[in-house]
Design a protein around this ligand. Structure first.
Ligand code: 5GP
Length: 190
């Protein structure tokens, strides 16, 4: 997605050799008009899939999924919770996700009320790096006996192992941009 590549080059910044910061439009401030273009593009990429619900993970995934939903007929958006909360139902699907950016494992939960057997689920998230968040969401879909229609990612870091892990297990993976390398602050797209 050319527009997204330009946005990353104009507004993104690099931290170290593998972290891209896009706080101005995706991870802190939200560029709603731009996210709407992202939502449209997800609809194009998954136009042939049956999708009943979108599943994402808090926090940044919520905005992406909510805006995208409107291009899929305003289907429900469910976000998996990673922040501990006393209010969450006790009856949950739960999985563990290791975060390389934070160097810790955390628990990800969805109430059993909101993922149901036989539903067709599209998973959306902001970044794909080592694939742990995406695999965790896939695990939640499987625990619910729902079907994973695909995984849509805004920014894939193609130099990390996420794609190969997801393709190995047959996931229909669509990333709107793939970064091949981040070298001395220079971003190269595939
Ligand atoms: P994975 O589970 O694929 O290793 O990492 C994906 C998750 O880590 C994303 O949901 C995102 O929150 C975070 N993440 C990984 N790499 C980056 C990055 O370069 N920039 C930002 N902003 N988040 C990242």
């Amino acid at each position: 997605m050319k527009l997204l590549q330009e946005k990353i080059l104009n507004e993104g910044s690099v931290s170290g050799n593998d972290i891209l910061k896009v706080d101005s439009f995706l991870n802190h401030q939200l560029d709603v008009e731009f996210l709407n273009e992202i939502g449209k593009e997800f609809k194009n990429r998954f136009a042939n899939e049956r999708i009943d619900k979108i599943l994402t993970i808090e926090a940044s995934g919520i905005a992406i999924a909510s805006i995208a939903s409107q291009h899929f007929g305003s289907i429900p958006v469910v976000f998996a919770k990673k922040v501990e909360s006393k209010n969450l139902d006790k009856d949950v699907y739960e999985t563990k996700v290791y975060s390389f950016t934070k160097d810790k494992e955390y628990s990800v939960k969805v109430s059993k009320k909101y993922l149901n057997s036989g539903e067709n689920i599209l998973v959306l998230d902001d970044f794909l790096a080592n694939g742990r968040a995406a695999l965790g969401l896939k695990d939640l879909v499987e625990q619910a006996n729902a079907n994973l229609s695909g995984i849509g990612i805004v920014i894939e870091k193609g130099f990390q192992e996420g794609r190969s892990l997801l393709e190995e297990v047959g996931v229909n993976l669509q990333s709107l941009v793939i970064i091949d390398s981040i070298d001395n602050g220079e971003i190269k797209f595939r």
